[in-house]
Design a protein around this ligand. Structure first.
Ligand code: NI
Length: 188
């Protein structure tokens, strides 16, 4: 099922996610729905608060990106960054919750991420390149952080008017959305 994606500046996008301690049918269905929602929006990552839920869950699928990467689609519960490389790189990011805005963000080039799978088995993965980038962006969402929070102050000042427009509900999307001004469905 395709879920509507919550748009800036909906309060749920500033809330911290809550750990998932038990996996039931609802959590498994959410994982399926988040993959479907992300693919429908041509995204490569999605966090649960982007569909209005405070579960600590993200989905990532970079298998279509042309990097020679064979990373399978991943669903991560309770993900956290355990270690980051000292080397940082600049890369252009966008976000399904911030339509029409892209900007350069500096982040560590590689990260170690710990997470649980849908059987609550613990995993530790080393990620670099695009996968590391998407994981950091999505884990930020679970902490209420947007990519533009990490844009340099000068560039962020340039984004201010664009963000105001989105905040007022002046944006276009090819996928279903929930916006606090336009159509808050109060699903929380
Ligand atoms: Ni995002």
């Amino acid at each position: 099922m395709i879920l509507p994606i919550y748009i800036y500046n909906h309060p749920v996008l500033r809330q911290r996610a809550l750990p998932i301690r038990h996996v039931d049918d609802a959590i498994r269905a959410l994982a399926d729905n988040m993959f479907e929602t992300m693919h429908n929006a041509n995204g490569i990552g999605l966090a649960a608060n982007q569909v209005g839920l405070r579960h600590a869950m993200i989905v990532v699928d970079i298998s279509d990106m042309d990097e020679g990467d064979s990373t399978p689609p991943l669903c991560l519960l309770n993900p956290r960054i355990a270690a980051s490389s000292e080397t940082e790189i600049e890369y252009e990011e966008g976000c399904l919750s911030v339509p029409g805005i892209r900007d350069l963000v500096v982040r560590p080039d590689a990260v170690t991420v710990e997470y649980d799978d849908l059987e609550l088995r613990h995993h530790r993965i080393e990620a670099s390149g695009l996968l590391a980038r998407v994981l950091q962006h999505e884990i930020d969402h679970l902490n209420g952080v947007y990519f533009f929070d990490r844009v340099s102050p000068v560039r962020r000042a340039l984004l201010k008017n664009k963000l105001k427009k989105i905040e007022r509900g002046n944006f276009e999307c090819s996928y279903p959305t929930v916006h606090p001004v336009v159509n808050d469905e109060a699903r929380l």
